[in-house]
Write a protein that binds this ligand. Structure first.
Ligand code: IVH
Length: 691
């Protein structure tokens, strides 16, 4: 008999073994999907999920009459539409009043209005609020009937939206089916958005094939949601956060009774919806202000864009008393942050040469305050993007800076009607640094300097790449020093780095004896490294940190990697034909092998094969979250140590988190850990665990 579990709404079914297997598979896949997409804590390897999925697909193919809309196999596969159908929202989708000042007065003004409306006196206690992020995506209303997703609609004008169910079904984070006991009619409202890393990867892909790039994650998400072909929508990675309810019809025998907004969000979470871990309660204006500042300080580190925070009165009874003014509730307000896009003038266009010789046009800008810092340069990516965006020196451009990403020009402010575009920038035919010929392969969007390591710009970048923190890490070897070392011809190749003596260093301009000694020490220290760091540091095209780790794990030794055929390389998860070819090409060049041999001869070394893996794994199966600044360990160093001990580092705290490692200025993750009763460690505690 199929047991009734959390995700099963069906009563015990006929004893047909195939049907029972199918029902069990669906439940299991719902459960695994929730762990993977929503909790970000996979319970089984991807291959196991795929195997179960394929088993379900096969059963459904043999019994099409058993296919139902809430099956995990039914996320993609709808027909392309001609138009979207308009739907009326049973409960209108409102907007919120916005406080545009980015100072604390916004929170104070809101609290004062709420207190006045509720006729509270200064003697009354503070009002309890819920503080949330204001996600920069698009509002969505998800309608569930008897626990099954039946409709997803955009906000539209608030009264009528568009039925985009087919596209929304493709979002792994959105449950197709809810656990037993949910209200028979339940509309969950929230924000569909695109993570920054997903957005960057999507644009990178578009750029590589010369396709249209998206201005920002919000536009990319909106475009995906309004795709008429759900097949295309499925290829645009979207995410979701729930923040409210629409129509709810309770069952006759009652149902969940919500009395607070916070309690409602926690219930939504228990039903499988993604709810941000940064939701918090706050007493009165001072705690709202503290939240605004705390989130503002960590805004760049969030994996997605926010344009502010939202404050809501927590008590639903008070919300009701406060009511609405026109289309805005009196019980909620949005409090903004500085914009991540600004308009400024393009003063000139320079060309920068990167590590792989890529020539990047960079706009020199009239300095502008955007996304929290002053920006005076912004990338234009390549010549084709520059032209597609119709950028000209002298024009007004829209500049975007969000997160840690390099600022970029996303478009031009057009003055009047769209006239023909006459560019006033040309890609140079010779490398502006070394004079070598600039080339571009037919299938490539990028121009490149053909000088290779003859080009000092490429040499500098290659050395900086090798010496960076995430690679072999030579502390203190910054761009100014590398510039000097390369320009004065002290260093011509990577191994020259390790032949640097104290005298050579100390004789450089503006170099104190002590700093020279520090560099020598740092170089010595860097010789003890790991295979993934070394591999990544070599700067092989398409081999990032993650791929380097996979390669090391798969092959165990550098020699095995250097000698692997393209076919053997393809056996590594993460490695496709382009990457395999790049690795082969790199090690086929005698010059590159020579560099590797010389580095080894200089004493650069790492544990290999069994030795790399043989260490004890005290953190196997454990998930840790890092927050705040640790006294001695950098974030990457802590992550490395944890991973080497078999643990996993996650970005958010959940019930599945085993430990939160907290340093100074730990934020909401620490609060969250306390709230959930997750063990909290300091650095010493972590080091103790690693022993
Ligand atoms: S609540 C009755 N909460 O902001 C209040 N909205 O003008 C209904 N938004 O487009 C909205 N994050 O999509 C609420 N945590 C949040 C939000 C949020 C983003 C968006 C929403 C709407 C706009 C409200």
């Amino acid at each position: 008999m199929a047991t009734l579990d959390l995700f099963s709404l069906e009563p015990a079914q006929p004893a047909n073994p195939a049907k029972l297997r199918l029902l069990a598979l669906r439940d299991q896949l719902h459960h695994l999907g929730h762990a993977y997409y929503v909790l970000d804590a996979p319970l089984v390897p991807d291959a196991e999920y795929d195997r179960l999925f394929q088993e379900l697909q096969a059963l459904e193919a043999a019994h099409p009459e058993w296919v139902t809309a809430d099956s995990p196999t039914q996320r993609v596969g709808g027909q392309a539409l001609d138009v979207f159908v308009s739907v009326r929202h049973a409960v209108p989708m409102l907007s919120i009043r916005t406080e545009t000042d980015t100072e604390s007065t916004g929170a104070e003004a809101f609290d004062a209005r709420v207190r006045k409306e509720l006729e509270l006196t200064p003697a009354d206690p503070p009002v309890e609020y819920v503080a949330e992020l204001k996600f920069d995506g698009l509002a969505m209303s998800l309608r569930y009937e008897n626990g099954v997703l039946v409709q997803a609609a955009t906000r539209g004008d608030g009264e009528y939206g568009e039925d985009v169910t087919q596209n929304i079904r493709t979002i792994g984070q959105i449950p197709l089916k809810l656990p037993a006991g949910v209200p028979p009619v339940l509309e969950v409202r929230g924000e569909v958005y695109m993570r920054r890393d997903d957005f960057e990867a999507l644009n990178e892909k578009q750029r590589d094939k010369g396709g249209k790039t998206f201005v920002n994650p919000r536009n990319a998400a909106a475009g995906a949601v309004r795709q008429l072909d759900p097949g295309i929508a499925a290829q645009r990675p979207l995410s979701f956060f729930a923040y409210g309810l629409g129509e709810v019809v309770m069952a006759e025998q009652g149902g969940p009774a919500f009395s607070t907004h916070y309690g409602m969000l926690q219930t939504l979470k228990s039903w499988g919806f993604p709810v941000s871990a940064l939701v918090d309660t706050a007493q009165g204006a001072p705690e709202l202000i503290a939240y605004h500042q705390r989130i503002g300080a960590s805004r760049d580190q969030l994996p997605f864009d926010i344009d502010g925070v939202v404050y809501k009165v927590n008590s639903l009874a008070l919300q009701q008393r406060l009511g609405f003014v026109t289309r805005e509730p009196r019980w909620a307000v949005a409090h903004k942050y500085p914009a991540q896009e600004q308009v400024t003038r393009v003063l000139g266009i320079d060309v920068q040469v990167g590590r792989t010789g890529k020539l990047t046009p960079v706009a020199r800008l009239d300095p502008v305050f955007v996304g929290g810092t002053t920006v005076s340069n912004a990338t234009l990516h390549n010549l084709f993007e520059l032209r597609r965006k119709r950028v000209r020196v002298g024009d007004s451009a829209i500049v975007r800076r969000a997160g840690d990403v390099i600022p970029e020009v996303v478009g031009i402010v057009s003055s009047g009607p769209r006239t023909s575009y006459v560019p006033n920038f040309r890609m140079p035919r010779a490398c502006p640094i070394c004079g070598s010929t600039v080339v571009r392969e037919k299938t490539e969007m990028n121009h490149r300097c053909s000088g290779g390591l003859f080009c000092s710009a490429q040499r500098k970048q290659a050395i900086l790449h090798f010496a960076q923190r995430r690679a072999v890490e030579v502390e203190g070897l910054g761009d100014k020093l590398v510039e000097q070392l390369v320009d004065t011809n002290v260093i011509r190749t990577l191994p020259d780095l390790y032949r640097l003596g104290l005298t050579a260093l100390a004789s450089l301009d503006r170099m104190a004896d002590k700093s020279a000694q520090n560099i020598v020490d740092a170089l010595e220290k860097s010789k003890q490294t790991t295979l993934p760091r070394f591999l990544f540091g070599l700067g092989i095209r398409h081999v990032g940190e993650a791929t380097a780790k996979e390669l090391a794990r798969h092959f165990g030794t550098l020699d095995a990697i250097m000698d692997a055929s393209e076919e053997a390389l393809l056996g590594v998860s993460d490695v496709g034909p382009i990457v395999a070819k790049a690795i082969r090409t790199f090690f086929d060049q005698p010059h590159n092998r020579e560099v590797v041999e010389q580095l080894r001869a200089c004493g650069v070394t790492w544990p290999e094969g069994a030795a790399a893996d043989a260490g004890p794994k005290p953190l196997a199966g454990k998930t840790l979250v890092l927050t705040g600044t640790l006294p001695t360990l950098g974030r990457d160093a802590a992550k490395d140590l944890i991973e080497a001990a078999g643990g996993k580092v996650s970005g958010s705290v959940s019930k599945k988190t085993h430990y939160v490692v907290a340093g100074t200025e730990a934020g909401s993750k620490l609060d969250k850990a306390r709230e959930l009763g997750v063990a909290v460690l300091d650095e010493a505690g972590l080091l103790e665990l690693l022993k």
